[in-house]
Design a protein around this ligand. Structure first.
Ligand code: ADP
Ligand code: UDP
Length: 239
């Protein structure tokens, strides 16, 4: 599989066209951004770590019946993915309150939520990815109908059940995460993008230590060391 044209360069990945019409290559970059890309840095090796972590989690989810865009890894920081018509919604699932939820609603940081909360954000950099409800999503025509929104919620919750119990075995609390979905060539909704410590929050179950991008957001420690730890724990659980 060969990269041909660069289709898109985002904050964390480059998406390449290939010689196969249905497949792209996602190249994971070492760039780190936070707060609407106002804070920027790089961590050498971060792209490779996120590529490996995502690949492992996509495989785990596939094994548990969730369809993803993942095909195979072809280098340290590149994976072949199925081309998807992206749904411009960021689906956030939360088990423990932190980040924007605590700021918006005044819920104390660290509060365990009584059930997994699913939220939709409009994926639109110019508007700073605002929180939206189902009716906004329909009016903006981000999906075709209400049942697609229900499917996004169901998939978000299913992914949460699989990942939460997996990370439990790695002594990590899955605090919250963001996922993106797209439609494949047959119109099926599939999980796309990435699942990594850039897009999830992990807290060590014993010490409470953060092992995710919050280390970069709030200058709390070395991102690369933390992401390596997440990958090591994932590999131990999988063995
Ligand atoms: P951002 O666009 O937020 O800066 P990235 O740097 O991660 O984020 O860019 C990757 C882009 O590729 C995102 O816009 C994402 O929606 C898109 N994408 C992810 N998976 C696929 C896929 N399977 N097919 C098409 N586009 C995808
Ligand atoms: N998240 C993400 N991309 C975004 C916004 C959020 O991956 O553009 C992830 C974030 O890493 C966290 C979850 O979604 O795991 C919830 O993020 P929150 O809304 O608390 O965002 P904050 O503003 O605190 O980053």
């Amino acid at each position: 599989m060969k990269k041909s044209k660069l289709l898109y360069e985002g904050k964390a990945k480059k998406i390449w066209q290939t010689d196969n019409d249905n497949l792209y290559i996602a190249e994971f970059k070492d760039d780190l951004t936070a707060f609407d890309a106002q804070k920027r840095s790089q961590a050498q090796g971060k792209g490779a770590l996120n590529c490996k972590i995502s690949a492992n989690l996509f495989r785990l989810l596939e094994k548990n019946g969730i369809k993803t865009h993942f095909v195979e890894c072809i280098s340290e920081n590149e994976m072949v993915i199925k081309k998807a018509d992206m749904i411009m919604i960021e689906v956030v699932v939360r088990n423990i309150a932190t980040g924007s939820l605590t700021k918006r609603l005044g819920i104390a940081d660290g509060t365990v939520l009584p059930f997994a909360l699913v939220e939709f954000y409009y994926k639109n950099d110019a508007l700073h990815d605002p929180l939206i409800n189902d009716e906004h999503a329909l009016i903006l025509e981000l999906v075709d109908n209400e049942s697609e929104l229900e499917e996004l919620k169901r998939l978000g919750r299913e992914i949460n059940v699989v990942l939460k119990s997996f990370f439990d075995k790695a002594n990590l609390n899955l605090v919250d995460f963001k996922v993106e979905f797209g439609k494949d060539s047959e119109g099926n909704i599939i999980l796309a993008d990435e699942i990594s410590p850039d897009s999830c929050r992990f807290w060590d179950k014993t010490s409470g230590e953060k092992l995710d991008k919050d280390l970069f957001r709030h200058d709390l420690g070395d991102v690369k060391v933390a992401y390596e730890e997440v990958l090591n724990r994932i590999q131990k659980v999988i063995q």
